[in-house]
Design a protein around this ligand. Structure first.
Ligand code: TRP
Length: 447
């Protein structure tokens, strides 16, 4: 298929915003602070940064390069590289599609809660107190309604395609998120107790480092950069040939890490401020209670301390969180949509609707069996499928794809790459170090 008949990001900054939009999501603002708080603070932070630089960033370059070379959906792009083994390309492309769909099925439930928490203060303001309470209280009906709403939004944006949907939304709304974070961080440090949180965040206690922490840090890094499931391949396929992939990947990784670090800088101090104000955050033995709900206990109690302006800030915060989640969910849905649209020649709008509905059904099943399914689906898709698919892509790059072809692809938009340090390290690094490192981290706790 000629690249001109497919969507393309209209500008480099548009791509960076969209890819960063896919990367920045609940994983940064919710996952990272929660993991950091429950894994002892700074020790997790350090391990996470190491994983980002040593594993996630090289893998991001790998996925973007495969995608741009293929100029197509993950299945077709892999087929183009795996010339002699088309069946494997189809199998792993399809597994990636499934993984993206599974992630979306639980992600939409979480994002739905954020809609609830954003809408609740508004409902209260207009006098619908009962409704506001319903929105903030766990319940199957509420979860269903909000999940449907969020999935509807996702399908709506994906139907519009690359430049008009994904790029437009990401470019407009991502910068707002940064500003709001800055304001909230400024505020939290005027509060009693914040410094205690900062200490936990920045002063490492190495006794927390163990195999489990390393696995979590790796999973978090892969999740945060949206790796493994083909999302970055799809985005890479919409990337113009004159763009420097390595530099762009670096910028996306820096933005993503920056948002995660800022979220930690807000949430960990906010935890201790909340504790100072009498909210119970830790149990008697100092473990974080209800870590999954951290964001929902700590932040609203923080907004409450701000007086009337807190209502506005709370609304703005949750609204932006929904948007951050949306720029991620559209990237997840885009994976199977691109496959269906291009492989089976189904119109984009139709593919988005069909897949949106199928994934919604999965979400409904999870909502109804929440206690048994939610963690299971999240663990299988993010802790297992994402890193293991990453290993497959590393093997494809390192062992299947001819090195000169890679060089040719990566050279476009980066003509001097052969002379630089990156090309001296990256090819063998992805070939040997990445797969072995991921598998080691992964198997170690089982040994
Ligand atoms: N990176 C996203 C976040 O931090 C979540 C995510 C994981 C994702 N895998 C993905 C997004 C695949 C898009 C595609 O919230």
């Amino acid at each position: 298929m000629a690249s001109s008949s497919r969507g393309q990001f209209s500008s480099r900054i548009g791509f960076i915003m969209a890819a960063a939009g896919s990367a920045v999501g609940l994983g940064n603002v919710w996952g990272f602070p929660t993991q950091t708080a429950s894994n002892g603070g700074a020790a997790f932070l350090v391990m996470y940064l190491l994983m980002m630089v040593l594993l996630a960033f090289p893998m991001l370059v790998a996925e973007l390069t495969i995608g741009r070379y293929g100029q197509s959906n993950p299945i077709a792009s892999l087929k183009k590289i795996w010339v002699r083994n088309q069946a494997l390309a189809i199998v792993f492309g399809s597994i990636a599609m499934l993984a993206a769909s599974l992630i979306l099925s639980f992600y939409a439930i979480l994002a739905g809660w954020l809609i609830g928490f954003g809408a609740a203060p508004v409902m209260e303001l207009v006098g619908l107190k009962g409704f506001a309470e319903w929105l903030e209280t766990y319940g199957v009906a509420r979860n269903l309604v909000l999940t449907v709403l969020f999935m509807g939004l996702t399908v709506y944006v994906v139907q519009k395609g690359v430049a008009n949907g994904i790029e437009k939304w990401s470019t407009r709304l991502m910068p707002l998120l940064f500003v709001l974070f800055a304001v909230l961080i400024g505020y939290i440090f005027t509060q009693e107790g914040a410094i205690e949180g900062l200490e936990m965040y920045l002063i490492p206690d190495w006794s927390h480092v163990n195999a489990g922490l390393v696995v979590n840090a790796m999973g978090q890094a892969f999740f945060s950069l949206s790796l493994g499931v083909g999302a970055m391949m799809v985005y890479g396929s919409y990337l113009k040939k004159d763009i420097n992939i390595v530099r762009t990947a670096g910028q996306v990784a820096v933005i993503d890490t920056g948002v995660a670090l800022s979220a930690g800088l807000l949430i960990l101090p906010a935890m201790f401020v909340a504790k100072h104000n009498g909210v119970q955050i830790f149990n008697e033995v100092g473990e974080l209670i209800s870590s999954g709900n951290l964001v929902f206990t700590v932040l609203p109690s923080l907004f409450d301390t701000m007086g009337p302006i807190g209502e506005v800030i709370g609304l703005a915060f949750f609204a932006l969180m929904v948007i951050a989640a949306l720029t991620s969910s559209i990237a997840m849905l885009e994976v199977p949509v691109a496959c269906l649209h291009e492989e089976l020649n189904i119109r984009r709008e139709k593919a988005a609707k069909i897949l949106g509905l199928a994934i919604l059904i999965l979400s409904v099943i999870i909502v109804v069996n929440f206690s048994s399914l939610f963690d299971l689906v999240a663990t299988i898709s993010t802790m297992y499928m994402q890193p293991l698919l990453g290993v497959v892509w590393a093997i494809v790059i390192g062992w299947i794809w001819h090195r000169n072809k890679q060089l040719e692809e990566i050279k476009q938009g980066n003509p001097d790459i052969e002379q630089g340090w990156f090309w001296k390290i990256w090819p063998w690094y992805v070939k040997f170090v990445c797969p072995i490192a991921v598998l080691t981290v992964f198997l170690y706790p089982q040994l």
